[in-house]
Design a protein. Structure first.
Length: 213
């Protein structure tokens, strides 16, 4: 509570987190009852993306662990006990594929396909959910009212237009369908152009890979 309680009092706007009781497990009810749309509203899309990714990996690794423990380990143990002399095996080796041979290896090949299918199914399901959350976030009033949603960076401005009036003239000449509220020319922007280009390159590569699928 030393870490959590200050956020209940000192929060931004209506983004107050739910209160927790003083009991040892008082943090569990808010954790269980909090739904994803509410998390997006209070934490933002990036935080929810991270939480969804950790949840996906937890579920995926649990499914893979169950598959290996329920199918492969019994097969490995059975093969080692029947076909490997006791002097050549130990408590750890009988659990692994080290001494498994012949037709028993087909089970491991099938398990590799099952694990690959699990990965594709989990990633596909969470990918669809993330697209839905992203679309909802971009249509939300909070995003539409945010400053960065209405901000446009113009790079490589000709020298004669490198002023507030010049930037405004550029927008007036292209006849954008919405009014330009304010323009500012930035002269000392540090690494901002480099970071913008890095971001744009990463987005284009991601979109290209998605189209390739």
């Amino acid at each position: 509570q030393v870490i959590y309680e200050p956020k209940v009092k000192y929060h931004i706007g209506d983004k107050q987190p739910p209160r927790i009781s003083d009991s040892l497990l008082g943090w569990l009810p808010p954790l269980i009852r909090m739904k994803e749309p509410e998390l997006v509203d209070k934490l933002g899309l990036n935080a929810v993306t991270f939480l969804r990714f950790t949840r996906m990996t937890r579920s995926l690794y649990s499914a893979i662990t169950f598959t290996c423990c329920a199918i492969l380990i019994p097969i490995n143990v059975s093969y080692n006990l029947k076909n490997v002399p006791s002097t050549e095996r130990d408590a750890l080796s009988i659990l692994t594929i080290r001494d498994v041979k012949d037709s028993f290896l087909f089970a491991h090949a099938v398990a590799s396909y099952v694990i690959s299918a699990l990965i594709m199914v989990f990633v596909w399901q969470h990918w669809k959910e993330m697209l839905r959350l992203q679309q909802q976030w971009f249509r939300s009033p909070e995003y539409m009212r945010s400053f960065y949603a209405w901000t446009l960076a113009v790079m490589h401005v000709p020298k004669k237009y490198q002023s507030d009036e010049g930037i405004h003239a550029i927008f007036a000449s292209v006849q954008v369908p919405y009014p330009t509220t304010s323009v500012h020319i930035g002269r000392k922007v540090g690494r901002l152009p480099e970071l913008i280009e890095y971001h744009n390159t990463a987005v284009r590569e991601l979109e290209h890979r998605n189209r390739g699928r």
